[in-house]
Design a protein around this ligand. Structure first.
Ligand code: ADP
Ligand code: MG
Ligand code: MG
Length: 893
């Protein structure tokens, strides 16, 4: 088949759609040539040749030689120069180019085709000896390093080629190489050739064709250099893709003051502003602009240095955007006042810029709103929601350590180690960073009170991280190098000791930890949504964000609900666009204040009566909670899950707690100890939890059902959906539903309401494999399903979320799992249980309402899966609602 694809002179064999075959760079060079942009002629050797090269002991296909010669002839014809010709030489660049750009990972060789004779001819033809020898020395340097393997020795401070240049500069008394004369460069050329001979034992090849084949093979070889391999692993680029090789006529930005080279973005990739953005250097070549030897100038100044080319460049900017319909990141070179475009690709941008650019382009009529939705990575919306450090203040701050970025944003506050202290400090009006080795549900109030949470143990799926995400708290977790000393109430890191009550600052977007206080501000979007702040709402950030979400709302099929446990959270979630609650965890309410005592009494009670008495104490609290939640919901549906945590979390474990409780209950502490010992579990996560509590202690279910339904009776438009957790057998749900229905009858009677007036549904979480496997049976009773994918992942994989931190990194590194299954749904495994659950459930109850309420409900890839699996809604933490909406809209396109 065809291995080589020509481009140049206003035409091309390939085009922009040939990415797989020609790589991103080659495909876009072809496309640019086709639309009449000034691209130096060249040809692309396809990625298939790279595959051949590796499959055949690093050899090239037999036909390649002829194809290359033929296409080289076309370049010569187009450019009016000849490869290897002393009087009118064509020089070439040999460039790598994979399907996805891998910036700086592989090698490029410029000025190929020069030798001792050609350089003299080039000098004579251009009348510019300096330029000719500058080009030759650049070629020798690149070829020496990339093809012939000259390396910097370990005991050398400097690249050996650069050392020769530095010595020449010193001798001439100039700071950089632009100050060197043609004579100096001639000397450097000789020194380079000697260096190559000395280091490799081989002479630098004078024959241009030999040079070309050496360079082509070197580019293929660079596909498997260490840098490229590491990069591929990090970004999930398969080794099979291979790289293409682009061989292209050289144009010379280093041929004097009317020449130059630069890089530019068609718009500002940091802010998204529609301004031309980039930099350039006069009399420079290749990567001089990014190498940092000379300081490049802002592209706008080209209007002074190279005015005609700048005009042309502005036209190219327009033409590129109009054609590619996205921000372009381009490379250009000016040779003697003539502009050439050497590369273009879609520009990488920040989340903020992504939103601005997409909306602007719709407004400009360049793209459709569907394109805007499609091209903004849903996850990137987070950047617009998180509070931020003042950039200058952060640069100047004292960084003392780093952890995992678990809750994005910036927080600073005084350190407190225990939840009650954090709460008290916050009540005094202090800003708090709750700093703990790890957190547990009992720390919740402290976490709510804190600006940010710092832990030294646990990964991004640890309790601290999970709660932080749900609450939109800033969190840095698992900062192993931070020493937390509860006994002395100090934090030690980076040689600094911070005492309780002193300031620390954490950046949850990067994981960086600083001593002292750094200034922050909430993002404008959040100010607008939550506080309705008029100034924020009139800001462009807010308006564009709101525009984007309204388009997502039009296009998506999935509903988006929230996981929220308090009226305050529900209000925020609704401000973020929630259409109801997908999960309220009622156990959080049990840990607040003195309520835990009543729960403990209930569990430790030895008679049903004693149990009822204890439970009754909780009823008013729970009812109040639900009244608040239904009120905040303003008629939207609310799924409330009955009590779930393992029994052992309720038990008094310390002697002190046991004595205290014995006093309150008026019984012997020995009695308490005996009961605690009796209730001890070896594996609480698989023990007495979920509906198993309600089955053994129906009083709890009864109380909770009463609290929910009385609250519903008292709040207009309340739509309670009562969810029974951890069901694996239909009978479990039957029994719990019976309890709920009985209570409902009593509540209706108490309030004088009909069935229609106090309506509710009873459903279940699907969170153990048996529930998914028998979903057809369970759906006979269940009026809705909600996939609790946190537990479903744990039970399907047999992997504890809280303990997986110890090995999951290794698993990801060894590519056993590609992503953390607790963060992004394991679609091939757990996903099958979800699909099966939906299908079997709807086989007995057509139209069964199905949602998901695990952490995955806010993960874009998981949301897309949920759309495909036919779910009715996803539910996630308030701050992830816009992200879920965008992902849902993307799934629907
Ligand atoms: P990368 O993928 O690492 O950016 P490139 O293949 O784009 O590598 O080459 C690096 C630089 O070499 C380009 O930015 C450009 O300045 C220079 N270059 C490449 N091809 C040519 C050419 N035909 N003429 C002049 N300069 C070139
Ligand atoms: Mg490069
Ligand atoms: Mg490039």
């Amino acid at each position: 088949g065809k291995n080589v694809y020509f481009f140049g002179g206003g035409q091309a064999d390939g085009d922009g759609t040939f990415r797989e075959l020609l790589g991103g760079k080659g495909a876009n060079l072809a496309e640019m040539s086709r639309i009449g942009l000034p691209v130096p002629a060249g040809f692309t050797i396809s990625t298939e040749v790279c595959t051949y090269y590796y499959d055949n002991g690093r050899t090239l296909p037999a036909t390649l030689d002829d194809e290359v010669k033929e296409n080289l002839g076309k370049i010569e014809e187009t450019m009016g120069k000849k490869f290897g010709d002393v009087n009118n030489p064509l020089l070439l660049s040999v460039r790598s180019g994979a399907r996805d750009s891998m910036p700086g990972m592989m090698d490029t060789i410029l000025n190929l085709g020069i030798n001792d004779e050609v350089v003299a001819g080039l000098a004579a033809k251009t009348g510019n000896e300096r330029f000719a020898y500058d080009s030759y020395r650049r070629f020798l340097q690149m070829y020496g390093e990339v093809v012939m393997g000259v390396e910097q020795y370990e005991d050398e401070h400097h690249d050996p080629f650069e050392a020769i240049i530095d010595a020449a500069c010193e001798k001439r008394g100039v700071a950089v190489d632009t100050g060197l004369t043609g004579e100096d460069l001639k000397g450097i050329v000789e020194a380079f050739k000697a260096l190559i001979k000395e280091r490799t034992g081989n002479d630098f090849p004078q024959d241009p064709m030999t040079q070309l084949w050496g360079a082509v093979k070197a580019v293929f070889t660079s596909w498997n250099n260490d840098r490229a391999k590491v990069y591929r692993r990090k970004y999930g680029i398969p080794a099979e893709w291979g790289t293409a090789v682009n061989v292209q006529a050289m144009v010379f930005g280093n041929s004097g003051q009317t020449s130059g080279t630069g890089v530019a973005f068609t718009r500002d990739p940091a802010s998204g502003e529609n301004v031309f953005y980039g930099e350039y250097l006069v009399d420079a070549q290749g990567e001089d602009v990014v190498a940092g030897v000379r300081t490049p100038k802002p592209v706008a100044e080209m209007v002074n240095d190279l005015p005609k080319s700048y005009e042309e460049l502005l036209e190219v900017r327009q033409k590129l955007e109009n054609h590619f319909k996205d921000v372009q990141d381009l490379e250009f070179t000016v040779e003697d006042g003539k502009l050439y475009i050497l590369q273009t690709r879609n520009g990488k941008r920040t989340g903020l810029a992504a939103v601005h650019i997409a909306i602007d382009m719709v407004n400009e009529g360049l793209i459709q709103k569907e394109d805007a939705i499609r091209r903004i990575p849903a996850e990137d919306l987070e950047h617009m929601l998180a509070p931020i450090f003042d950039a200058k203040a952060e640069r100047e701050a004292n960084k003392i350590g780093k952890g995992l970025p678990a809750g994005p944003g910036a927080a600073c506050g005084r350190i407190y180690f225990h939840a009650p202290d954090a709460v008290a400090a916050a009540a005094r009006g202090e800003k708090v960073v709750l700093t703990r080795v790890e957190t547990s549900p009992e720390d919740l109030r402290g976490m709510i009170a804190a600006e940010g949470i710092l832990t030294s143990r646990g990964g991004v799926s640890s309790h601290a991280a999970l709660v932080a995400r749900q609450m939109g708290k800033i969190c840095v977790c698992g900062a192993a190098e931070v020493e937390i000393d509860y006994a002395n109430a100090t934090v030690k890191a980076g040689g600094v000791t911070i005492k309780e009550g002193e300031y620390i600052s954490i950046n949850g977007t990067t994981g960086d930890i600083y001593a002292g206080e750094i200034k922050t501000a909430p993002s404008r979007v959040v100010q607008g949504l939550i506080q309705g702040d008029a100034e924020a709402m009139s800001h462009d950030d807010y308006k564009k964000f709101a525009q984007l979400i309204s388009w997502a709302d039009e296009l998506r099929k999935l509903n988006v609900r929230t996981n929220s446990d308090s009226p305050e959270q529900v209000k925020n979630a609704i401000a973020f666009g929630a259409e109801g609650i997908g999960l309220t965890r009622t156990e959080h309410m049990f840990f607040e204040g003195d309520r835990i005592d009543a729960v403990r009494e209930m569990i430790l009670a030895d008679s049903e009566n004693a149990r009822r008495e204890a439970v009754a104490k909780l009823l008013p609290y729970q009812k109040e909670d639900f009244v608040g939640i239904f009120t905040a919901l303003e008629g939207r549906p609310g799924t409330i899950r009955l009590l779930d945590p393992p029994l052992h979390e309720f038990l008094p474990h310390t002697k002190e707690q046991q004595l205290d409780l014995a006093n309150k209950m008026g019984i012997q502490v020995e009695e308490i100890m005996r009961r605690v010992a009796e209730l001890h579990e070896f594996n609480p996560m698989l023990g007495h939890r979920g509906c198993r509590l309600g089955i053994v202690f129906p009083e709890i279910t009864e109380m909770q059902a009463r609290a929910i339904l009385e609250a519903a009776a008292e709040v207009d438009g309340a739509k309670p959906e009562i969810m029974v957790p951890l069901v694996g057998f239909k009978k479990e749900l039957d029994l719990q539903k019976e309890v709920i229905d009985t209570v409902a009858g009593e509540v209706r009677e108490k309030y004088g309401l009909t069935e229609d007036q106090l309506a509710y549904t009873v459903g279940t979480m699907i969170e153990v494999p048996r529930a998914a496997l028998t979903a057809n049976e369970i759906a006979e009773t269940a009026e809705f399903f909600s996939f609790g994918t946190n537990d479903l992942t744990q039970t399907c994989l047999g992997m504890s979320r809280d303990d997986a931190g110890g090995f999951l990194n290794e698993y990801q590194e060894q590519e056993i799992v590609t992503t953390n299954p607790f963060a992004s749904l394991d679609q091939t495994g757990v996903g099958q249980l979800v699909e099966m659950g939906v299908e079997k459930g709807r086989s007995t109850r057509p139209g069964l309402k199905v949602g998901i309420c695990g952490e995955h409900g806010g993960d874009p890839n998981s949301v897309k899966f949920c759309h495909k699996a036919g779910l009715d809604y996803v539910s996630c933490s308030p701050f992830r609602i816009p992200i879920a909406k965008l992902a849902a809209a993307q799934a629907a396109l």
